[in-house]
Design a protein around this ligand. Sequence first.
Ligand code: NOJ
Length: 746
Amino acid sequence: MKKETEKKGIGVCKAAVWLAMPFLAVGAAFGELADVESRVEEVLSRLTFEQKVGQLWQCLGKDMVEPASGDMSGETLKESFLADIRAGRYGSVIGKRGVANYNRIQRAAMEGVGIPLLIGNDMIHSVRTCYPIPLALACSWDEDLWRRIGEAMAAESLLEGCNWTFTPMIDVAFDARWGRIAEGGGSEPLVTGLMGAALVRGLQGADMADGLHIAACAKHYVGYGASLGGRDYNAVEMADSTLRNVYLPPFKMAVEAGVATVMPAFHSFNGVPCSASKYLLRDILRGELGFDGMTISDWAAVKELVNHGVAADGADAAESAINAGMDMEMVTPCYAENLARLVKSGRVSMKTVDDAVRNVLRVKFRLGLFDHPEIDEAKVSAVVDPAENRALAREAARKSTVLLKNEGGVLPLGKGAKVALVGDIAANAWQMMGCWNTKDMSNFENATLLDGLKADGIDVEYSKAYTLRGRVDTEELEKALAKADIVVAAFGDYWENSGEGNSSAKIELPGEQLKVAQTIKARGRKLVAVVFGGRPMAFPEIAELADAIVMAWNPGGSGGWGVADVITGIAEPYGRLTVDMPSASGVCPQFYSRTTTGRPATFSRKHPFGRRFTSCYNDASLKAVYPFGYGLTYSTVAYSNEAVRVEGDTAVFSVDVSNTGSRDASELVQVYVHADKASIARPRRELKGFRRVALSPGETAHVEIRVAVKSLGFFCDGGRFELPESFTAWIAPDSESGRPLQFAAK
Ligand code: NOJ
């Protein structure tokens, strides 16, 4: 039986035609825009210079409470701080205060200068409820899931006293050594951009001013994921074409989704720190992408222009940043201390200051803050159902988990299977959380993988036997092995070793994990390796030894349940990698979409790492152990009748996909292309579209993926757009497989 694919699959064209799309803020009809603009002008016209500068400063909330490190949600705001708010000394605060303090701050602001504050914090993948880390969420390839998570996080953020979050992080990242790869969508602009835009839509809602949504912030603008050597905060050197083809598209998609704010990144871009780059902030972000919201510096990034060596002092830094287009300064006081002098001496124009204030006020009006400065706690509470959010977190964990290997059908574990579970992380709920868990999380299951397996009906005996970074207790491991035929071993790394400021020169599994795997196999046991962590990791030997491998990432506060649901088959595997799993640290950055070379590596039995005089290493394979897009189901799926046709300005990629196994399957059909000839060397393959299809055993679906022909083109240096004449396409289950199909684009 054939069926058409479900409509709920990702609408690829939406993303693919970005070049042609107009820029419009969410819900911004012309009348509303004009109204906001006139209200902005009215407020601006009554501000003193000091009050204008106040709007451009985000202060550190931690210093505004007593005691500074104490409970920040109690009635602890300093009177002196409230007096500063009344005087209009700050436009924003960073930190969570709870609704009561939020409302006190806004009342003080309205009594005084009459401008409510943006109160922002990092709600990256968790507020009260903790979802999987973004890199894991990306592996769901599920726009609707991302939007619903954004929506749920928005309401919980309001209950924490925040109307703004520094989410989504949409830095395309190729290098597994970079700790912050955990925070984004992986190595594909298309997936990263779709996830960012969906999060923006969820966080901001259809109407950001409805009292149930908050302002989002697209970050880190731009190219941060290309830090040299995968080392955080490091310099970035990048061709203009790479900027436009790879790193900008997710920001363009976020702007099109109406993102309210953008955060420039810490690094220097071709020598110019992003925080002081007129080219990036004014020419591209505002001029080309049409962004009319507000930019906020990263933490102390204005002051750090001095460390970069492009500013002599705070005054110099303030001058460079505001002239480049940085509207608000996070934490450090370079603007507050220097703008008066800078304007007086003509180094910064009054218009530049006014424009920055306009951008801040525009966001505040769009958020509806002037009309309802306080949070209506009852209204927000009515839409927050903690149980529903936990269920969403569990669904997200299920959908983020990727089945990488399943030899002999060892998974799913049958009910009543006698299983030994080993490894410290398998019984540690905190280790499910991930790098941006918020300290005051309250809505999580506190469930471990052990709890999840038990709850799903598995007869499991747990033994710690080893810690991820420590030694194996051989005696304990042997005891565990004596009792079971199947061993589920929890591998990977702790979440504290990924995220900001956590880059790593080694991405191999630490400690004695390989020895654990070898011992399990030496005793003739089936090995199910469940890998936790916040980055792609290298475990080629374990991949070889294990009977099954489950990539669990940092699955969040309901992760123990969600991952167990996949292992036991209560949920069918759904996730597909959005990064390559490299074979070794030394091959990083390793990614399928690398540019073609004059001497591409050729592999053979004799030359498993690649032949001499080809672009390879002598001692490690360039081939990903598991490639981008890869992930198995518990069934088997076959592709046939792949074809491409061009209908006007749309390329239609079609295929028949059959479930040839005996279980339901959720298949993710992917389209990759390569330009046969172009004026610059291009990626060997690039993802251009995808569609998910649910298949019952024996069922065949005819899948069509429609992509705007224009989206197959690319930018050359100098901004020239080129659309090659012919392409090779692969309609495939991952980035390395499929049958090549040639087609002409014009
Ligand atoms: C620094 C990080 O780079 C950024 O992602 C975050 O939003 C800010 N700190 C604020 O905490």
